[in-house]
Every structure is written in C-alpha cells, then in structure tokens.
Design a protein around this ligand. Structure first.
Ligand code: MN
Length: 268
C-alpha cells in the first residue's frame, strides 16, 4: 500500500502521482483532500471513483468543508472549495466524504491525519476515531458538527464524555502538532513553523508514547516536510505551497520503502 500526503485540491499533481504508481495499487490518502489548492472538486471525484483501491482518512480541511456545506461554519476568504458546494453531485461527494474514517490501521501501520497523544495505544486511537465516525455517519450528523469545533478542552482525560471528548479527540486526530507529555494540546502554533512552546514537544517525540512500536504515518505538518524514521513517516510535503505531493510505499524496512514525488505544477 502507498500512503499519500496532503492533496489539498492539487488534482493535477494527484493524477500525475497516481500514474506513476503500479496500476490499481492500493492507496491511503492521509487527509486534507481539499482546500487551498485549485481543484478540490476533481480530487473528491477522482478518489471516490477509484474507491475500490483507495482508502481515505479525514483531515481538518475536510471537516471544515463539511461544516461549511451544512451551515455550521462560515466560508473563510482563503477557502477554495466552492466548486464542491456548487457541484450537481455535491451531496453524493459530501456523503461519501463523511463516511470516511479518521484513523486507519493495517499490518504494523497506523495512519492518522495529524497525530496521536502519547497516552493513546493503537487500539485506543481506533476506538476514539470510531466514536467520532459514528456521529459523522448518523443522519443527525449536523448536530455533531455544531459541537465539533473549538480549542477546549485542551487536556486529555480518559474520563471526558460527550461532546468535550469527541471535540478533543477530533482535534488530536486532525490538528495536533505539539503537546505535553501529559497530553495537553497546543493550539497557538498556527502552521507549525514556530518552535514548540515551553514544555511542549512534537507529539511524536513525547516520552513513553504508547504507539512508539507501531509505524505511525501522518500528514498535516507541511513545514516539517518529509519525515522518515524507522517507525514514523510524515508525508505532508506542502504540494499546495509550492512543494511536492508525496507517496510512500509502506514497508517495515526503510530500505524497502519507496518515495515517489510530484512537484507542484504551476498553473498558467
Ligand atoms: Mn491538516
């Protein structure tokens, strides 16, 4: 299986990247399929059309799209997914989108958009993701979206319940960059370019991380760029910001991992 980093509406680059993979190779897209880039609608149509070999997990921009589409959040001037909102097949695409998971595990790999807290095992991560997926897939999902956004609570506590629990876990899975070893999340660093605030670490560097023995594959952190360690793969290489769209063949052994990249295409 190939993991693919943040696409963010860069459909031309996605098409080029897919053309360089083996025919019908299984892929897992790491979220933020849409927004900021020019062709969000085409990205959703392309991935849905190859759904038999494509897995997708949701990122913060995908959740933002759903919230805008159903009247929960206003469009931001930097949002570029109005093509989806105006499309004749928008309900088909948005319904498909909200039925996608927030975490994906296969073999010894765990894929999330942003990160996991040091206290979370793989099994807990999948369970917390499923709790959110359950609400996103219900007919009354708009009620969940109405409570899904915000920066509080910011301290992990396994006894959290209700919307506070769902909101914190959603923030971890889709927005996390820095946290404390005791599971407090930082929301001040806007794009992750800044150093960690005092007492905070990149989530993957926290001591006693329960997922340390699993290879965690993630996106979301374009200013970090390509990150490759024996049990960690960061794949947001900032295509939409003038970087590359990256695919990585997932293998336990670094020597067998295979990186395929497509440069951002400048639109005339
Ligand atoms: Mn993101």
């Amino acid at each position: 299986m190939f993991a693919i980093g943040d696409i963010q509406g860069c459909d031309d680059e996605l098409a080029m990247l897919l053309a360089r993979l083996p025919m019908d190779a299984p892929i897992i897209c790491l979220g933020d399929l849409v927004n900021r880039g020019p062709h969000s609608l085409n990205v959703l149509r392309r991935l849905r059309a190859r759904a038999n070999t494509s897995h997708v997990i949701l990122g913060n921009h995908d959740l933002h799209l759903l919230a805008c589409a159903y009247g929960i959040r206003p469009l931001h001037h930097s949002d570029t997914f109005t093509d989806i909102l105006a499309a004749p097949d928008r309900e088909i695409l948005l319904t498909w989108l909200r039925h996608q998971p927030l975490a994906f595990a296969q073999a010894q790999f765990l894929c999330v958009h942003a990160g996991v807290l040091p206290q979370w095992s793989v099994a807990q991560t999948l369970q917390y993701a499923q709790e959110i997926e359950y609400h996103l897939q219900r007919n009354d999902f708009v009620d969940f979206l109405a409570h899904a956004f915000g920066n509080q609570p910011d301290q992990w506590d396994p006894n959290l319940q209700g919307t506070d629990r769902l909101r914190l876990n959603l923030n971890v899975l889709t927005r996390l960059r820095f946290c404390t070893p005791t599971g407090r999340i930082d929301f001040s660093a806007k794009d992750g370019k800044q150093p960690a605030p005092p007492g905070y670490l990149p989530w993957f560097d926290c001591p006693n991380r329960q997922t340390a023995d699993t290879t965690v594959v993630f996106g979301h952190w374009s200013t970090l760029g390509l990150l490759q360690r024996p049990s960690l793969i960061g794949l947001d290489t900032g295509c939409v910001w003038g970087g590359q769209l990256s695919a990585m063949y997932l293998s336990n052994q670094i020597a067998q991992r295979q990186l395929i990249q497509v440069n951002q295409q400048t639109t005339p």
